[in-house]
Design a protein around this ligand. Structure first.
Ligand code: UGA
Length: 445
């Protein structure tokens, strides 16, 4: 009989994983403690912007015309325990307030809610990003709480999906990593991922701590790559060199590669910033803090980008923000997402407003979220509305829509034609040809 899958936690990761498991042909039950989320998902509504996810839900959620009916949602851990053979824990691990360490409250709560109901053999699979050592601790807890005893086993299977590409990344992963303690657990996970594996995806079988570390190491490497090129951008600015050309030239070396080598305003979001901090905190607990001191530098280079953007904006405003109107294009932490967690764009917008500017923000998808979190900023319904009367336009999140703006049309409604490109992707020559002062980060004036 085919395995039955459950997914605990239905945020970006969980909702996507549940829908993709149904797409692979499994019967799936998703669970969340938030009844509003469950109602929305059951109606095929995704509580965030994630391209392709809503369509996938509607294709599989029970009760929708023409759906496969393979996917259901619940708030009941008892139901989950009764239903599933493989339970994926997909809850988030945010940064603890006032500390660098990861907050494990939701992972612990998910296990504590599920385990006491596990009466029959089951594999509990952690997918959340956790401090190394968590899986061993959770395995002990599972053994202590589950009535099934040794029949209830733990495995670790970190997730590498990117927001905005969550469905594609889940259905076509570039690798699958599983941390297991038995052949049985490995066999079950091979069965779950039989389809992508059949398509030639590398399947790495390892122990718990290595599986946990693959995820934190991967995100740390990506963050380091971004901060490396942003450090080069600082040097380029001082030397009169061009970081975009530098990055392109570096990318020709296949050992370096061009991905995650775009200089600009730096990284944000719910993963990279908090993951490198949690990693440093965990290394400290393990007595290996020296190994990761470079991540402190990675973090501070990244935060310096935001201050640099404020400086560039101030310069373009003639040395001060008082009485100046600033248009901010972009609020999400990256394009194709409505996620504003640790958004560099909103951080800059907030700083500039505090320094006296009148700031109007526009984003294709994230305005509602931004308004809730930063109610004192002004928001526009379109890019053209945001730029009206602006003394400077800041391009802070690289949505495709902003690349398509017509410099002549925008130039007709602003107070002054001044643009700072925080993502180095706009066509500077085109803007300059339309009479704009175009300023980028790490590029010659
Ligand atoms: C990141 C990782 O890329 C995923 O592999 C991982 O699974 C995920 O975290 C997670 O831990 O859950 P995500 O946070 O969705 O994914 O965003 P990224 O696409 O990695 O972008 C992160 C930030 O880096 C964005 O603010 C982006 O604008 C910035 N970035 C990216 C740059 O500034 N320069 C670049 O060259 C690339």
């Amino acid at each position: 009989m085919a395995l039955r899958i459950t997914v605990i936690g239905t945020g970006y990761l969980g909702a996507t994983h549940a829908a993709c498991m149904a797409e692979l042909g499994f019967e799936v039950l998703g669970m969340d403690v938030d009844p509003e989320k469950i109602t929305a998902l059951s109606a095929g509504r995704v509580p965030m912007y994630e391209p392709g996810l809503s369509e996938l839900l509607l294709k599989h959620v029970v009760g929708h015309e023409g759906s496969t009916g393979r996917l259901r949602f619940t708030t009941s851990p008892e139901e989950v325990a009764e239903f599933g053979d493989v339970h994926f824990i997909c809850v988030n691990t945010p940064q603890r307030k006032g500390e660098f360490a990861a907050d494990m409250t939701y992972v612990d709560a998910a296990l504590d809610a599920l385990a006491p109901h596990l009466r029959r053999p089951a594999l509990v699979v952690g997918k959340s990003t956790v401090p190394v050592g968590s899986a061993s601790r959770l395995a002990e807890r599972l053994a202590a709480l589950a009535p099934a005893g040794e029949g209830a086993e733990l495995a670790w299977n970190p997730e590498f999906l990117r927001e905005g590409y969550a469905v594609g990344d889940t259905l076509h992963p570039d690798r699958l990593v599983v941390g297991v303690r038995s052949e049985h657990a490995e066999r079950l996970l091979r069965e779950v991922y039989a389809t992508p594996i059949a398509e030639g995806v590398p399947f790495v079988v390892t122990d718990f701590p290595t599986a946990e570390l693959v995820k934190t190491a991967a995100n740390s490497f990506l963050a380091t790559k971004i901060s490396f090129i942003n450090a080069m951008a600082e040097v380029c600015e001082s030397a009169g060199a061009d970081v975009v050309q530098l990055s392109q030239a570096l990318a020709h070396d296949a050992r370096i590669g061009g991905k995650f080598l775009n200089a600009g305003l730096g990284f944000g979001g719910g993963c990279l910033p908090k993951d490198i901090r949690a990693f440093m905190a965990r290394a400290g607990e393990l007595g290996a803090d020296q190994a990761l001191t470079f991540l402190r530098e990675v973090d501070s280079i990244n935060m310096r980008r935001r201050s640099r953007m404020v400086e560039l904006a101030r310069e373009q405003c003639g040395g001060g923000f008082l009485g100046r109107r600033v248009a901010v294009l972009g609020a999400s932490f990256k394009p194709n997402s409505d996620d504003i967690r640790d958004s560099p764009a909103l951080n800059v917008a907030g700083q500039i407003q505090l320094q006296g500017a009148q700031v109007t923000v526009y984003d294709p998808k994230a305005v509602d979220n931004a308004r809730k979190m930063f109610p004192s900023l002004a928001y526009a319904d379109s890019a053209m509305e945001a730029v009206e009367g602006a003394h400077v336009v800041l391009h802070l999140t690289e949505w495709q829509e902003f690349r398509e703006l017509d410099p002549v049309a925008v130039g007709a409604v602003v107070a002054e034609r001044r643009l700072v490109d925080g993502r180095n992707v706009l066509d500077g020559a085109r803007w300059r040809a339309a009479g704009w002062t175009y300023r980028a980060m790490g590029r010659p004036v």
